[in-house]
Write a protein that binds this ligand. Structure first.
Ligand SMILES: Cc1cc2nc3c(=O)[nH]c(=O)nc-3n(C[C@H](O)[C@H](O)[C@H](O)COP(=O)(O)OP(=O)(O)OC[C@H]3O[C@@H](n4cnc5c(N)ncnc54)[C@H](O)[C@@H]3O)c2cc1C
Length: 385
């Protein structure tokens, strides 16, 4: 059971952490937080990025598992540690005395001391008739996700930028029948044209008008000239854009990736963002991370000191003399509820909040250890500078 969080009208409304987004990244964060006895709510709008795909590939131990099944399993794993997973969209977030108040799409409000944003990205596709409807099926972007499934097929790369040549090279490893259609891109330079010719990748100039589909399968790309380039699979580089949900409310900004390759929210390797109390994980911070990397790129407790030690810091700050007693009780395996209540009360009173209040030396062993290991605690306003 989580040690903090309180019950209002039979439904827990106050949490240590609200994770917004229940994809691979959000559930993985919730798993570690739940196992660390944080009270956790996962809010999930149910639109994971890879939903159109038949299976998740390249994920050891889960090869080919349908995306929905993987997440169902993840939710069950998270719930066994007391985390609550709620199918709901977070519409708004504001700071309040205890941390944050989030308004959901059913107009209810939940409170969180900390937020993990794992809302993912939206894939922007070129405005080509019929393309979006086949996305994740026979319109593909990633050789590692679906390349094997289209091996030896007629693969046509619909160029959307300079990476089209790279896609040609990668998919050439999977099929001898690869064509790049330049669409609105300029002709290849001499060196690239030679490279494509040398490996037998055909390059076609001309703007694409629409995707040709027969019997629920792609059969070609129709060009504005009327020519149809035969295809059994179309490769296109999407432009993944950070989902805007809550970003403005929380004061977070996105940055552009190089070569117009999308946008992301900046966070360090621990998920720490520029906004105190807010962590970010998964594709939101790295749009090109696959499922395994997205799940790994989460604010794990040992690497996110504020989430991990914040209640201990709160206890230390509120009443330093009690900290030793708290530690020895826990060392005896007797973590008491009153300690949790004091921690939660300290947190609610703002003693663990960031950047405010007096700076006092924190007596927490956990904090000292982290400091010794060179890990700074940028979000803990109670620690010495
Ligand atoms: C077509 C396709 C196929 C792919 N296939 C593979 C593959 O085979 N193998 C692989 O490793 N990777 C694959 N990927 C990449 C994979 O989709 C991502 O790595 C992964 O989804 C990232 O996980 P995430 O948790 O960061 O984001 P997501 O999985 O996108 O999850 C974000 C979640 O947050 C929710 N959300 C957003 N806003 C809110 C809000 N305001 N309130 C509540 N919830 C919200 C969304 O509804 C969604 O459920 C594929 C990608 C695509 C596009």
């Amino acid at each position: 059971m989580a040690r903090s969080g309180c019950t209002v009208d039979g439904m827990t409304q106050n949490f240590d952490v609200v994770v917004v987004g229940g994809g691979a990244a959000g559930l993985s964060a919730a798993l570690m937080l739940g196992r660390s006895r944080r009270s956790v709510l996962v809010l999930d709008a149910g639109e994971p990025r890879n939903a159109p795909a038949a299976g998740v590939h390249g994920l050891l131990g889960h090869e080919g598992t349908p995306p929905g099944e993987l997440l169902r399993k993840g939710r069950a794993e998270v719930e066994q540690y007391g985390a609550v997973v709620r199918p709901a969209r977070a519409r708004a977030a504001v700071r309040d005395d205890a941390g944050f108040a989030l308004t959901l799409d059913d107009a209810t409000t939940v409170h969180a001391r900390r937020i993990v944003l794992a809302t993912g990205v939206v894939d922007q596709l070129p405005a080509v008739d019929g393309l979006a409807g086949r996305w994740g099926r026979d319109v593909l972007h990633c050789p590692y996700c679906h390349g094997w499934e289209v091996r030896d097929k007629k693969i046509v790369v619909l160029a959307t930028g300079p990476m089209a040549v790279h896609q040609g090279l990668l998919f050439h490893q999977l099929s001898d029948d690869v064509t790049i259609v330049l669409h609105q891109q300029p002709p290849l330079g001499d060196e690239q044209a030679e490279e494509m010719a040398a490996i037998g990748v055909r390059v076609v100039e001309g703007e694409v008008a629409r995707v040709v589909v027969e019997d629920d399968a792609v059969t070609g790309l129709a060009l504005a000239s009327g020519e149809v380039v035969a295809a059994e699979a179309i490769v296109v580089g999407s432009r993944p854009v950070a989902r805007p949900d809550l970003l403005a409310d929380l004061g977070l900004q996105t940055h552009d990736l190089p070569n117009d390759m999308g946008t992301a929210v900046a966070a360090d390797a621990m998920g720490v963002t520029a906004v105190p109390g807010v962590w970010a994980a998964g594709n939101l911070t790295d749009p090109y991370a696959q499922v395994g990397a997205s799940a790994a790129r989460t604010p794990e407790p040992p690497g996110s000191p504020d989430i991990w030690v914040s209640s201990r810091c709160a206890t230390a700050s509120a009443s330093p003399s009690r900290t030793g007693a708290t530690r020895s009780r826990r060392a005896r395996g007797n973590g008491s509820r009153s300690t949790s209540r004091r921690s939660a009360a300290a947190a609610r009173s703002g003693t663990s909040r960031t950047g405010s209040g007096s700076r006092r030396s924190c007596a927490s062993t956990g904090c000292d250890l982290l400091r010794e290991r060179g890990i700074t605690l940028p979000r803990c306003g109670r620690l010495p500078a």
